[in-house]
Design a protein around this ligand. Structure first.
Ligand code: ZN
Length: 361
């Protein structure tokens, strides 16, 4: 473990081939701050039969197959939940467990040919900083896979591109009793701006698939100055820029004819679509597809409407798609995971190590 809390380890190579690339597997050890993640009481519901799963510490927390098609598809599995008060934390303890189980299996089976395998466990993923202090050079892998996805078979290699905008409206404050003709209320400027944002498109509430959005999510308001923080999301950098121009024009139009009103706009880059990098390394995703098929599953490829540590790592020189870990209902007290899907994830890791070895001459 380094001074920043990153844990790295190595499974030594077993192959006689000299040029098998070093491949890595990564999971994050932090859990979502949105719900309590300590004092977790995990419950294993053996051989799930489709009944309602009432979580005992809070009987209003109920998992119903009728409300949750993914759960309905897991009848016969062993389902793990928390007890009602807390996260389960399968996001991403499932990934941690899977990587450790795969490492244990590979160490116990030196007859399985594979190259050097690196593993890493990282902090701060849930606050968007998991890649910040990741030492890509020290990790020393050609590519890696985060084990942090949902349903069995998923391989994710496209993510949002993301920026953050801060729009600050500046007005003029004075005693409201004597403000006639003088006061310019920045709160009202911001309200005017928000009301001009489209309601039928470009918002999280109205988009899915490959559509991006602009999403005001924090406001810091006073008469003198009010700033609105906005998340900008798209799958392409050009789409991101279009949305930023659109937002900027709306903001400028609000203050255009108002004496004493002005606006300041700041844009900062959050992360970029990992596809931009992974397209240059098609074998990274191709090996994952092959490993998933060998585990008896069909690869499912969907764009991530968010970012992963892999989005950042890919741009730091470590191409890193995301593989399924079996997690469901992320960040909720109704979080659950299937033990059988976790076994499939372990199998997929082991198969991936084999596939990379076989493909090397
Ligand atoms: Zn996660």
């Amino acid at each position: 473990m380094d001074e920043h809390g990153y844990v790295m380890g190595t499974i030594p190579a077993t192959t006689a081939k000299l040029h098998v690339p070093v491949v890595g597997f990564i999971a994050h050890v932090d859990t979502s701050p949105e719900m309590q993640g300590h004092e977790v009481r995990p419950i294993v519901h053996k051989n799930y039969d489709g009944r309602d799963l009432v979580l005992p510490d809070d009987p209003t927390a109920v998992l119903r197959a009728a409300d949750d098609p993914a759960l309905a598809a897991h009848i016969g599995h062993d389902i793990v939940t928390a007890s009602g008060h807390t996260l389960l934390g399968a996001d991403d303890k499932a990934g941690v467990a899977e990587i450790v189980a795969a490492a244990e299996y590979l160490m116990a089976h030196p007859e399985i040919p594979h190259g050097t395998v690196r593993v890493a466990f990282t902090p701060d993923e849930e606050i968007g900083r998991g890649a910040n202090r990741f030492d890509v050079g020290r990790f020393g892998a050609l590519c890696a896979y985060t084990m942090d996805g949902g349903s069995a078979g998923e391989v994710e290699w496209e993510s949002f591109s993301a920026d953050a905008m801060t729009i600050t409206f500046k007005g003029f404050n004075t005693h409201p009793g004597y403000a006639k003709g003088r006061m310019v209320n920045a709160i009202k400027l911001a309200a005017d701006f928000i009301s001009r944002l489209p309601t039928d498109r470009l918002s999280p509430e109205t988009t899915d698939g490959y559509d991006g959005y602009v999403h005001p999510y924090v406001m810091d308001a006073s008469v003198d100055r009010t700033s609105v923080r906005i998340l900008i999301r798209d799958f392409s950098t050009s789409g991101l820029e279009e949305k930023e121009t659109f937002v900027e024009e709306l903001a400028r139009a609000v203050v255009a004819d108002r004496k004493g009103a002005s606006v300041e706009i700041m844009i900062s880059e959050s992360y970029r679509n990992m596809r931009e990098i992974l397209e240059g390394y098609p074998e990274v995703v191709e090996c994952a597809r092959e490993a998933i098929r060998r585990s008896g599953l069909t690869p499912v490829e969907r764009p991530i409407r968010g970012g992963t540590d892999g989005s950042r790592l890919s741009f730091m020189g470590l191409p890193t798609p995301n593989l399924f870990a079996g997690e469901h209902n992320f960040h909720s007290r109704l979080e659950w995971v299937s033990a059988q899907d976790m076994d499939k994830a372990v199998e997929t890791i082991v198969n991936l190590c084999r596939v990379w070895e076989e493909r090397t001459t």
